[in-house]
Write a protein that binds this ligand. Sequence first.
Ligand code: FE2
Length: 353
Amino acid sequence: MKKEAKKTQDIFKTLCEIGKDLSATMDSDELLTKIMEGAKQICDVRADSILLLDKKKEELYFRIALGEKGEEIKKVVLPVGEGIAGWVAKSGQPLIVNDVSLDPRFSKAVDEKTKLKTKSILCVPIKFKEEILGVIEVLNKSNDKEFTAEDLQYLTVLASQAAVALNNSLLMDELHNFFVNTIEILVMAIEAVEPESKGHAVRIARLATAMARQLKFNQKDYEDLYYAALIHDIGKLKIEEPKQFHPIIGAEMVKEIKLLLGTIPLIKSHHEHYDGKGYPEGLKGDMIPVGAGILAIAEDFEEQFLNMRIMDRGIFAEMKKRFLSDANMRYAPEVISAFAEVMILSTDIYDFL
Ligand SMILES: [Fe+2]
């Protein structure tokens, strides 16, 4: 196969692989780094970067910078309109500058800060539906060669892939934001049913996650526990039902929400006890998920705390001791040790004491 044909085939392969990754992963940092590695290879350069536009501040900041001095470059911020990247971000037009010393638009600011020597730049805008999100630039083609129209074409394709990755991550952020806000609204609704329990869910969440850290929960289990802690009593919103059904009703209420699926077993079993004397199913020992055991101990402790309305460190210490000596049969041993550890270490869960 001729050298040129082989090169085109390699480029096509790289572009296809990035395309495949775009639909397979939501991790925008990983995707953008892959895109920039592709750009380095395709355009045959030693350094390249993605700069994103901060519309409010009218600045470009480095999101990804590959090559020598990549980390130092990331500290630099460029005003829109300044330098080649700033010009591309402002005009929305791509630009090839094969000798920056001859182009008045070139700014030495980045070179001066990073002690790099830029000779040539190819820069293209990253656009999503005509909106400029940032720019991609590649610097210094190998062997002092010039950037060509072909390089520009390939980099434009990579920029459109970066636009999709960035837009996906924006959508994910919005979804996450919406999700967290919805949870907060639910917590407020639950607390409205029992106004005396204000702050109860947040304290349980802090206590529960501190225990999860002691037990080295993985990220997913940790998040499930955190959300379950916040909404574990959501079943109480159905006030016409007897109170002891609230774990089952709560689990039933969230079952259609995909992001909350992991919380269901925890909500459902948060009043089970290790000795089988809890409710609603009377589960025993290892049949109870560890996260549910954590919620049980956290909620029981919180309940006592609320009942006693303790505002005194001495009484609080006495209450912790008594609570732990009563705990033996009700909670899993590992959960009790995590609780005891947290109670020794904790300074911020009941920090007003
Ligand atoms: Fe409960």
